[in-house]
Design a protein around this ligand. Structure first.
Ligand code: ATP
Length: 230
């Protein structure tokens, strides 16, 4: 199992008490499959993504990434694991205004210590995979919203993550462009065998996902049956 969240509870300070954001949540995501997490505002979606990304340590439970339990790791060990194994696609692309598309990807990976020519080759290959081979030398202001989101996705794949975590990737896109980005995520998940989790408040396009789980008030119910056959 590439990503396993097991019986996780997460609380935040709330006045004199604690607010339970995740209430005994369990989630299994095999390699090469995409699970959508659907739920209303405030239900715990971002908290679950942050826990799966090892950015937030839960009060209890286990988070296993690529076979390694993470909740008792130190900060340095966790950040190394994140760099090597986890790709994160945030809602807003956060691209650097002065860099071209290919440079956005190269910057992301320069810490990996690989030769820069090799990184550039990989960056160009990924831009091709997301349909932007001809935009490699464009800066963010020269790209559409959908194209920026594709650069964002390609950047998250630079370090060949085994877990891909995606937060509301279509919220800034119209229906058609949103559907195209979701199709791309499904294709990349298959081709690169990532365990992909996609958070959304939108029930549209769920038929494209392998599985869907619903979160309400921090409680997750995972549909045991695939939405469509993988
Ligand atoms: N840092 C924090 N401190 C205290 N409470 C928080 C914190 N982050 C989130 N919460 C609370 O935890 C609950 C879950 O929040 P979370 O952001 O995970 O929901 P969400 O489903 O992602 O919402 P949205 O769709 O609006 O982004 C909410 O009640 C929220 O107010």
């Amino acid at each position: 199992m590439t990503l396993l969240v097991h019986d996780v509870t997460l609380t935040y300070p709330d006045g004199d008490g604690r607010l339970t954001a995740l209430d005994h949540v369990s989630l299994e995501v095999p390699a090469g499959t995409l699970t959508a997490i659907v739920g209303p505002s405030g239900s715990g979606k971002s908290s679950l993504l942050a826990v799966a990304a090892t950015l937030v340590t839960p009060d209890s439970g286990a988070v296993v990434v690529a076979g390694r339990e993470t909740t008792r790791m130190g900060a340095a060990e966790k950040s190394a694991l994140r760099r090597e194994k986890i790709g994160i696609v945030f809602q807003q692309p956060n691209l650097l205004a002065s860099l071209t598309a290919v440079e956005q990807l190269q910057v992301m990976a320069h810490l990996s210590g690989r030769p820069s020519r090799q990184l550039r080759r990989r960056a160009l290959e990924l831009l091709d995979a997301v349909g932007l081979a001809d935009k490699a030398d464009k800066r963010p202001h020269q790209l559409s919203g959908g194209q920026r989101q594709r650069v964002n996705i390609a950047r998250a794949l630079m370090n060949e993550p085994t877990v891909l975590l995606v937060d509301e990737p279509t919220s800034a896109l119209d229906h058609e462009r949103g559907a195209a980005v979701l199709d791309l995520l499904v294709t990349l998940t298959r081709e690169r065998s990532t365990a992909t989790v996609l958070v959304t408040h939108d029930h549209a396009h769920l038929d494209r996902m392998d599985r869907a789980a619903t979160i309400t008030d921090g409680r997750l119910v995972q549909n045991p049956d695939p939405v469509v056959a993988a």
